[in-house]
Design a protein around this ligand. Structure first.
Ligand code: ADP
Ligand code: MG
Length: 728
């Protein structure tokens, strides 16, 4: 028996606030207590072993078997001392969730004696019998062999549950023949290529730079709803969003939730959640309410990108688990509620050198600012070149609800940089003739010396841009709240790599011809600024005017996933990824297929739940209520008050109209679904789901929401927005 709306509301009335004790008031006392950090490793390995491990990881050298064995033993000893019984390779298959398959440390010796064992070979590789993970046809199911392999750049950690503790080993997931089946593998490849390209460019400015790594600080938005209310809504249960629901009388129009005080129940959840994150070494720093009621955000301190992506994946798990302890359900869906803001995951991205310089941070020294400008302009140019691929990288059925809904970064890619830097780029573009004078003269002429060292205030105002420069980093805001960050970042790293290589090539050619280095750099940058002008937009990205203006500029506005994904397999994209060895053509097409399939499944499930709720709950409720009204009209007639039944009769007619429309809508939707399911290939099916099935969602919803307004509150089966959205 499903949980009814009124039983759920009763449960909410009786909720007691759950308080969980923190291990210590000071985070530093327990931060990363559940992580096998480098310090812990150093402690338990001989210094020779430790050095060989670090060299293998940091310099990408081969890891010898004896090193892997030593690390495995050290890891096992540490984990067992903490009560761990099992280990798992923890990886990120293309389903979007993280995956694990637990193996026990426990084993029997030849003589039948029980021991706890964990060897280097088990650390390095595991075969998780993974035939049911999506592979887009890359791995024949009969072969069923996907391998997980240890990623030593991300530290192992312990996940505790009430009954068991498990050592999780971050891993990549590849097929028997070496194709990537996960998100991590291409991300790691992109890190390697951007390191090489960016380091080479840094050499123009600083010979000490020998390594560059991208950094990431992902701000995570989410909603919290009471668990019972959530469970009483089959649509939330099945799809993570509400397919019906009349807007509450009060939504976000008063803007009183944003940065408002956090309710006690939520605060307790947040403290608990942050504690769990801190134990796992996830450096959560900020917490606040977001714009919509029931919406919140947290942000970590930025880290090296691979670690940060792992941490964000882990954080999404932790949010959900900890929420349950507080009788809450965390919704990571991009658009759980119509009419109020959806959720995103702002990816703050920058590049950092081994010398500790943030390459996207302007400095007070003009010479360093030329370096800043180089990376800044190359990134803008890269986004201009590959805007459609950027759009494709964040496309999903759930993110479609949010992009272009006049509340979130639109489906049009553009870059915001703020007025100061706009001026600098304008001057750079205009000053056609620049000769290098003495000292810093050249920088003066270019206005480069005018870039203030601190730009944060100047650049952080425009919240409507999908890709904004925010003082010392770019912020890719169009990424969805439920997404794995890797696809977006793999694309970003790769396109910037491509741009940096092109830049280096052009500058070197000019230098070879005798142009002075600074001048060569400036010449190429000027060309880039000119060529990428169209992608820069400083105005309101949510406005109608921008949609028109963007069209004039030739920028695409791709609103739906199946169309957006075309750019993922265009000739241009294929060349880009193959050239930089991120994906083979086969891998790319496999991913395209998987994402289309994912889209199809999501829309299919939503269509089914809409049909079921409409036919099994909404229409029967409406008919029952309509019958009551009919009885009422009959009764009035009996006592000779026929004339008074007018308003009621009108309501009866309205209800009838909505019932008709819902019935017709669901019937036609089912027909469209059949057509989609019978399509000859995945791509066609996805397009039919998008263009023919999905439009019914809105029509059906319109009539259901109208019924919600007409029907007795006591009879309405679905938990209402006003009940769901406001946590006390
Ligand atoms: P806001 O909340 O106004 O967007 P914050 O300064 O709080 O801005 O930063 C948001 C996120 O950006 C944080 O996760 C932070 O760690 C991250 N961030 C800051 N500097 C960098 C950087 N150099 N590289 C990547 N992320 C960064
Ligand atoms: Mg931000």
């Amino acid at each position: 028996m499903a949980l009814s709306r009124f039983r759920a509301l009763e449960m909410v009335q009786n909720r007691e606030i759950v308080t969980v004790e923190k291990p210590s008031v000071h985070v530093s006392d327990f931060f990363a207590s559940h992580v096998f950090t480098r310090e812990k490793m150093q402690h338990s390995l001989t210094s020779d072993m430790y050095t060989r491990f670090i060299n293998a990881v940091d310099k990408g050298e081969k890891m010898d078997k004896d090193v892997a064995d030593a690390v495995a033993t050290a890891m096992k000893t540490w984990a067992i001392a903490r009560g761990v019984t099992h280990y798992t390779h923890w990886f990120q298959p293309l389903t979007g969730a993280t995956a694990e398959k637990h193996d026990s440390f426990f084993d029997l010796t030849g003589s039948g004696q029980a021991i706890e064992k964990f060897k280097g070979t088990a650390l390095v590789q595991q075969e998780p019998d993974a035939s049911s993970f999506p592979s887009g046809g890359l791995r024949n199911t009969f072969e069923a062999r996907g391998y997980t392999a240890w990623d030593p750049t991300s530290p192992a950690f312990i996940i505790e549950s009430e009954t068991a503790s498990t050592l999780c080993i971050p891993s990549v997931f590849v097929s028997y023949t070496g194709e990537a089946l996960d998100y991590k593998t291409p991300l790691l490849k992109s890190l390697s290529v951007i390191d090489k390209a960016a380091t080479a460019v840094c050499q123009y400015f600083d010979k000490d730079v020998n390594k560059v790594h991208p950094t990431l600080g992902p701000e995570q938005e989410y909603f919290l709803v009471d668990k019972a209310l959530h469970d009483a809504r089959p649509d939330l249960l099945m799809t993570g969003r509400t397919v019906f629901g009349m807007a509450a009388a009060k939504g976000q129009q008063l803007e009183d939730h944003y940065f408002g005080s956090i309710p006690a129940r939520v605060m307790n959840f947040m403290v608990d959640f942050e504690t769990e994150c801190h134990k796992l070494g996830i450096p959560i720093r900020t917490r606040h309410n977001e714009v919509a009621p029931g919406q919140f955000e947290c942000a970590p301190t930025f880290e090296e990108i691979n670690l940060s992506v792992d941490h964000n994946q882990l954080l999404m798990d932790v949010i959900e688990k900890v929420a349950l302890r507080h009788n809450l359900k965390a919704l990571l869906h991009e658009k759980p509620f119509a009419g109020v803001n959806g959720s995103g995951k702002h990816n703050n991205w920058s590049l950092s050198t081994n010398t500790g310089v943030n390459l996207l941070s302007p400095s007070s020294r003009p010479k360093e600012n030329l370096q800043f400008l180089t990376f800044f302009v190359c990134t803008i140019k890269a986004v201009h070149e590959h805007a459609d691929l950027m759009r494709a990288s964040i496309a999903s059925a759930s993110n479609d609800h949010r992009l272009g809904a006049n509340e979130a970064p639109p489906a049009i890619m553009s870059v915001f940089i703020g007025s100061t830097l706009t001026q600098v780029l304008d001057e750079l573009e205009k000053n056609a003739k620049i000769s290098v004078g003495k000292g810093d003269n050249v920088y003066l002429k270019l206005g480069i010396n005018k870039i203030p060292a601190i730009l944060l205030d100047n650049t952080d105002r425009n919240r409507t841009s999908p890709f904004a420069f925010t003082g010392n980093k770019f912020e890719f805001r169009a990424v969805g709240s439920s997404a794995n960050n890797s696809p977006a970042l793999t694309v970003l790293n790769t396109i910037v790599t491509d741009q940096l290589l092109d830049f280096k090539d052009k500058v070197d050619k000019l230098i070879d011809k005798g142009t002075k280095k600074e001048l060569a750099i400036i010449q190429v940058l000027r060309q880039y600024v000119k060529e990428s002008r169209a992608i820069r937009f400083e105005g309101n990205g949510y406005s109608e005017e921008w949609v028109e203006e963007a069209a004039k500029r030739g920028l695409n506005n791709i609103k739906t996933t199946p169309k957006a994904l075309d750019a993922y397999v265009s000739k241009k994209t294929e060349q880009l990824f193959v050239k930089h060895h991120i994906f083979t053509k086969a891998e790319l097409h496999a991913r395209h297929d998987i994402r289309l399939e994912n889209y199809i499944k999501k829309i299919q499930i939503e269509g089914r739940i809409i049909e079921q709720l409409a036919n099994n709950q909404i229409i029967p409720t409406a008919i029952k209520y309509q019958n009551l009204l009919i009885e009422n009209v009959k009764g009035l007639k009996e006592i000779g008050m026929e004339a008074s039944g007018k308003a009621v009769k009108a309501t009866i007619a309205q209800i009838a109209e909505h019932i008709e429309a819902i019935k017709q809508g669901t019937d036609e939707m089912v027909e469209a679904r059949k057509e989609a399911n019978n399509a000859s290939n995945t791509e066609q099916s996805a397009h039919i789901y998008c263009d023919k099935v999905r439009p019914f969602f809105d029509t059906i919803r319109y009539h259901v929401d109208k019924l919600e307004l007409l029907i007795d509150d006591e009879a309405w089966p679905l938990v209402k927005y006003r009940e769901l959205l406001f946590l006390k």
